[in-house]
Design a binder for this molecule. Structure first.
Ligand code: APR
Length: 235
C-alpha cells in the first residue's frame, strides 16, 4: 500500500485557523494580490509583513486537532507495517508537525523566513512584532520575507508531488476546495494511476469525480474514522 494524503485549510479549521474561501475567509478585508503576491510585497512590504506577522503569531494560540493526530498515528502505523505514507499539505501552519507528522509543505511555512537577496532561510517564531522587519543575519539585507509560495510563484515541490500522486495506490484529500493548482491536480493524477481516491471535506470540492469516495463532515469527526479504516487495510 502506498498512501498519499493531501491536506488543505479545512484540516486546521477545527483548530481555529480560518480557511481561505469560506464566508469568514482569511483574505476577507484584503485583496489576495495585495498580501500574497511578489508584486504586493514589492509595492507595500509593511502591509504584507503585518498580515503574515498576525498569522505567524496566531500559531502559538492554536493546537493540533483530532484529525492532525489521527494522520500522525496512521503514519506511525504505516511505518511499522512497512507501508509507504506521504503527507503533502497546502497549509503553511505547523500543526501537522506538532502532531508528530513530517509533511511536505507545498506552499511554504509560516515558521520560516527567507532572504530574497542571498537565499538564506531561517526558522523564526520569535520576532513577531508586526511593525518591525527582521534583517538578514547573513547578508544584512534589511528585511526577510515570509517563506511562503505566493500567487504567481513557482511551487518548488510540484514535480515531487506529481510523482508521488502517480505512484500511490490510495489517495486521501482532506479539507481542500480543489481550487488552487498544482495541488488540485494531484487527485486527477492519482485517479489516472488507478489509485483508490477518498475525499473528506465539509463542502464538496470542485474537483470531485463520480468515482471518488466522498466523506462529508468536519475533519475532527470524520478523519479519525477514515484513518482507522485505512489502518485496517495495512498488511
Ligand atoms: N473540516 C473539513 N473540511 C472543512 C472544514 C472542517 N472543519 N471547514 C472547512 N472545510 C473545507 C471547506 O469545505 C473547503 O472545501 O475545507 C476547504 C477549504 O478550502 P479553501 O479555503 O479553498 O482552502 P485550500 O483548499 O486549502 O486552499 C488552497 O489556496 O489561497 C490558497 O495558498 C492558499 O493553500 C491555500 C490554497
Amino acid at each position: 500500500m502506498k498512501l498519499l494524503v493531501l491536506t488543505g485549510a479545512g484540516v486546521s479549521a477545527d483548530s481555529g485557523l480560518a480557511t481561505f474561501r469560506g464566508s469568514q475567509g482569511l483574505w476577507e478585508g484584503h485583496r489576495v494580490e495585495d498580501v500574497a503576491s511578489p508584486e504586493g510585497w514589492r509595492r507595500d512590504p509593511s502591509l504584507v509583513w503585518r498580515f503574515y506577522q498576525m498569522r505567524r503569531a496566531a500559531l502559538s494560540t492554536v493546537q493540533p486537532n483530532a484529525a492532525h493526530l489521527a494522520l500522525a498515528a496512521l503514519e506511525a502505523r504505516c511505518r511499522q507495517r512497512g507501508a509507504e505514507f506521504r503527507l503533502v499539505t497546502q497549509n503553511v501552519d505547523d500543526l501537522h508537525e506538532r502532531a508528530g507528522s513530517k509533511p511536505l509543505h507545498m506552499h511554504g511555512e509560516l515558521a520560516w523566513l527567507r532572504c530574497e537577496r542571498c537565499g538564506t532561510r531561517v526558522r523564526d517564531l520569535e520576532h513577531l512584532d508586526a511593525e518591525c522587519f527582521v534583517p538578514c543575519a547573513s547578508c544584512r539585507a534589511p528585511r526577510l520575507r515570509p517563506d511562503i509560495v505566493w500567487f504567481g510563484e513557482m511551487v518548488p515541490s510540484a514535480e515531487e508531488c506529481l510523482r508521488l500522486a502517480a505512484a500511490c495506490t490510495h489517495f486521501l484529500a482532506i479539507g481542500t476546495s480543489g481550487a488552487v493548482y498544482p495541488a488540485a491536480g494531484l487527485i486527477d493524477v492519482a485517479r489516472r494511476a488507478g489509485a483508490r481516491v477518498l475525499v473528506q471535506s465539509l463542502d464538496e470540492p470542485s474537483n470531485l469525480a463520480g468515482v471518488d469516495e466522498f466523506h462529508p463532515g468536519r475533519a475532527v469527526e470524520v478523519v479519525p474514522v477514515l484513518c482507522r479504516a485505512l489502518a485496517q487495510l495495512l498488511p
